[in-house]
Design a protein around this ligand. Structure first.
Ligand code: HEM
Length: 413
């Protein structure tokens, strides 16, 4: 396997962002290469076969795979992302139990009514920043749904902390430290909430995420520590708030492809699904996934040594022209006859979410995006004033610098 000669490529990864891996796959004319990353030996791979391999839990484990700067910002320590085997499946079942179709419908309905309720406020303002407003709506809806009280006066700062925790993983300096602070404050808040629920000082219905997490018995039969319970509760609310990224990307796609905006207004569910999938493929969000080799093995003539960090390129897999013709073009119709479940399409991971680490909230994400796409296209009008809408691939996670400013917002029904 080709090997990147740099003594350690971590800084190049941070500098080059989403382009770091694809550039090297091209340079080495190979879908797999070795490198030193984060002070460790790593194997980087892309593509459907690599994805299939990556989700083989007999070959890879997650424990020890996630670097500290990700744990201290977006993931949190002690959460489901770093568990393996029976302990993982047991904890994951707690998440999957919360994601029933009824529960997803409930959260989408809460989001819809809060969005509609916010429209008069947005109408009365000259301008609004879509990303920021979406984050506040999602934060309120997510907390209400989870059973966590969020007074309206706290909504903005809580949403900002959760967004900062996600935004901080791929940065050095201020953005990273802001992310750590956002995580610390969010965990402290929810630790108190969990303690109050356990002590009976706070009532919460037993079908709410707060109750389920607070009284969850882990694999060993014990309650989660307050800190871990807070981390897991955040693993439900934080990624829901992060759907703001996809909402901003949908607005960007509608701006660049007005024909699609019109089609969403009048089209059917199949059109909306194709649009949502293409947004999740085309726009850069989760850049890569990491795991560790459990025991030595060989695959396609390559040796994987125990303990090696293995990185799967999410963005590069979605932009590989062999699987996705004209990958740099936004073409939702490519999903018309295509199975979105394959390992060539992994915006929220791949495989079986009950058994592996695939995202617990993928159906929820899709349902929310579908609804907001409909609202943006059919229930409101707005203008997009001149602003910097360019997405830099060097910034992880990618984010339009303006946050998508809208003006002359009008509710149309
Ligand atoms: C895991 C993406 C929304 C809950 C993941 C993974 C990705 C991902 C890439 C890791 C897969 C892996 O490690 O193999 C996204 C994106 C979202 C999103 C792009 C939309 C912005 C959500 C939502 C929830 C959620 C709305 C819940 C409310 C989780 C959980 C995990 C996870 C709990 C950990 C699963 C595990 O380790 O077993 N997500 N996600 N995500 N996601 Fe999401």
């Amino acid at each position: 396997m080709p090997h990147d000669p740099a003594p350690d490529s971590s800084l190049s990864l941070l500098r080059e962002g989403y382009s770091f891996l694809p550039r090297r796959f091209e340079r080495y004319q190979s879908d797999i290469f070795g490198a030193r990353l984060l002070g460790r030996q790593a194997i980087c791979m892309r593509g459907a076969d690599a994805g299939h391999l990556f989700y083989d839990t007999t070959r890879f484990e997650r424990s020890g795979a996630v670097p500290g700067f990700v744990l201290k910002t977006v993931f949190g320590e002690g959460g489901v992302q770093g568990l393996d085997d029976a302990a993982h499946r047991h904890r994951k079942a707690m998440f999957m139990a919360v994601m029933t179709p009824e529960s997803i419908d409930d959260l989408v309905a809460r989001t819809t009514s809060l969005w509609r309720a916010a429209l008069p406020k947005w109408e009365s303002r000259g301008r609004m920043v879509l990303f920021d407003e979406a984050a506040q709506v999602l934060c309120q809806a997510g907390c209400d749904w989870a059973g966590v009280a969020l007074p309206a006066g706290d909504r903005r700062r809580r949403a900002e902390d959760l967004i900062a925790a996600v935004d901080g993983f791929g940065a050095l300096g201020w953005r990273h430290w802001r992310g750590r602070l956002g995580r610390r404050r969010s965990e402290a808040w929810l630790e108190d909430v969990v303690a109050d629920v356990r002590a009976g000082r706070l009532e919460t219905p037993d079908d709410r995420a707060l109750h389920i997490v607070a009284f969850h018995r882990d694999h060993d039969g014990e309650l989660l520590s307050e800190r871990t319970a807070a981390v897991e509760l955040l693993n439900m609310v934080r990624p829901f708030v992060a759907v703001s990224w996809f909402i901003a990307f949908m607005a960007l796609a509608m701006h660049d492809h007005p024909g699609w905006k019109a089609r969403l207004r009048t089209g059917d569910d199949a059109d909306a699904d194709m649009f949502v999938h293409e947004v999740r493929r085309f726009y850069p969000f989760a850049p890569m996934l990491g795991a560790r080799v459990r025991e030595d093995f060989d695959w396609n003539g390559h040796h994987f040594q125990r303990g090696t960090l293995v990185i799967l390129d999410v963005f590069g897999t979605h932009r590989d022209g062999r699987m996705w013709p004209s990958p740099g073009e936004f073409v939702p119709d490519r999903f018309r006859d295509r199975d979105p479940e394959g390992f060539d399409f992994i915006p929220q991971g791949g495989g079986d979410p009950d058994l592996g680490h695939r995202c617990a909230g993928e159906h929820l994400t899709i349902a929310t995006m579908r609804k907001i796409a409909r609202i943006l296209s059919a229930e409101m009008t707005y203008q997009v004033p001149d602003q910097d809408l360019r997405l830099s691939l060097r910034r992880m996670p990618a984010k339009p610098p303006s946050g998508i400013e809208l003006e002359h917002v009008r509710q149309t029904r």
